[in-house]
Design a protein around this ligand. Structure first.
Ligand SMILES: [Zn+2]
Length: 429
């Protein structure tokens, strides 16, 4: 009997999770009763994965994506109908969308980082190493520490004139494991910094020291590639069934002050205490070493097409909110000009939901960094986390345009915030 339990558990641990015939529903709560029904459903979601919300239940009128296992669909549909909650099916078979998302998903071969496929952690880290070899005078590899499972957290420092002290910009992505479009976008941005020849853009690139950490949650990211495509959290074991804390609810600023859970099985489990997750602790300590000169903190998530500003715990407009909202709006209008992708701009609590304990809030709260923004990249829910790989390039291109807009607009308003750079003579790609 014991052996059987062990065998079953080991199958649970190693087999790739299938989402065959899982449906994705689009639900718009039309009144308070419907909203309450969804909130109750959200609160009782469990490790057994019979259903999973892809975005949080927020307000009446705000669309929610809910994925439901085949054997639970009748139950959920009946309950929704009983509570007068209208629903429509946007995916009939989530696994089919997973299988089509990445053209080389099953090839088993190493893929180049060329923004036509979603790359693995190993591919991304190897690419970072290659870039450093190619540009040893501008790039430096960073390994500030290890994850809970002993993986290196790998990033790069980029500086086109390393002998001149500059303001710094920190770029992070994939703190949420399943949001693959985010590391695809930030690696593209890094690559473009060695290709762009436009003078205005080069001035912006070369005015700063940049830190890129494409995969902030390596353990979760590997798990999302190898075992469970829909994984969001870290991989710390918290009980027999439930693993991981939400690394973007684990930072020690207003920790657990709304929009986070103390249930280890929840997708928004904040962890037993602030900075409980080794990967979060490592990055906290690293950011502390560069925070003094930091002028911008750019955090990339998906999905929803939003540019979010601090804070997540309150709807109050704090610090330079009004100015950043204005700059954000200009930048998102310029983003929209590229491919017509429209973004909402606003603070986290007001725009989506109360969500305390994020890395952005910690940076803003701790260091009052002027520019602290979180992107929620494409799309608005048609594919959600499973954005097809042929959308990587357009997403990355439009996003890069907006990053330049944000910095340009900020520099116009704050010329005092430094441009000590001198033109470099690096040979671009
Ligand atoms: Zn996220």
């Amino acid at each position: 009997m014991k052996l059987l339990v062990l065998l079953t558990l080991s199958v649970l641990v190693t087999a790739k999770v299938s989402y065959r015939n899982y449906k994705l529903y689009k639900i718009i709560p039309k009144d308070e009763q419907a909203l309450q029904f969804l909130k109750n459903l959200e609160d009782s979601s469990t490790e057994l994965l019979r259903y999973q919300f892809w975005n949080e239940v927020t307000e009446v009128g705000n669309e929610v994506s809910l994925m439901v296992a085949p054997d639970t669909q009748n139950l959920i549909e009946a309950a929704l109908n009983e509570s007068n909650v209208a629903q429509s099916v946007i995916m009939n078979d989530v696994q089919e969308v997973i299988d089509q998302e990445n053209p080389k998903w099953r090839s088993g071969e190493a893929n180049p980082v060329d923004w036509t496929v979603y790359n693995t952690l190993e591919e991304i880290n190897n690419w970072l190493e290659q870039m450093v070899q190619e540009f040893p005078n501008q790039l430096e590899i960073l390994r500030p520490g290890k994850t809970g499972q002993g993986r290196d957290i790998v990033g790069v420092k980029l500086d086109f004139s390393p002998n001149v002290r500059k303001k710094t910009i920190f770029v992070e992505s994939n703190i949420h494991a399943r949001e693959w479009i985010t590391s695809a976008t930030t690696t593209y941005i890094l690559d473009q910094f060695f290709r762009i020849t436009d003078v205005e853009q080069r001035n912006i690139i070369e005015a700063y020291t940049w830190y890129f950490f494409p995969v902030m949650n390596p353990d979760g990211f590997v798990y999302s590639h190898e075992t469970n495509r829909m994984w969001r959290k870290t991989r710390t074991r918290y009980n027999i069934f439930c693993y991981g804390a939400d690394p973007n609810r684990n930072w020690g600023y207003q920790w657990m002050n709304g929009g986070a859970s103390q249930n280890p099985c929840s997708d928004i489990y904040a962890g037993p205490e602030p900075f409980s997750e080794p990967s979060v602790r490592v990055m906290k300590e690293f950011i502390e070493t560069i925070a003094e000169d930091m002028v911008a903190y750019l955090d990339f998530h998906s999905f929803s097409q939003m540019l979010l500003l601090p804070f997540g715990h309150t709807i109050d407009h704090l610090n330079n909110y009004d100015e950043m909202k204005e700059i954000g709006r200009i930048a998102m209008d310029e983003l929209e000009e590229v491919y017509g992708t429209d973004y909402v701009v606003g603070n986290v609590a007001e725009t989506i939901y109360i969500a305390a304990g994020s890395s952005m809030d910690w940076v803003k709260g701790e260091f009052n960094t002027s520019i602290a923004v979180t992107y929620e990249l494409r799309d608005k829910g048609s594919y959600g986390f499973l954005l097809p790989a042929d959308q990587i390039l357009p997403t990355a291109e439009e996003t890069l345009v907006s990053v330049f807009s944000i910095l340009r607009e900020y520099r116009i308003r704050h010329p005092e915030d430094g441009d000590e750079s001198t033109t470099s003579n690096v040979n671009l790609i």
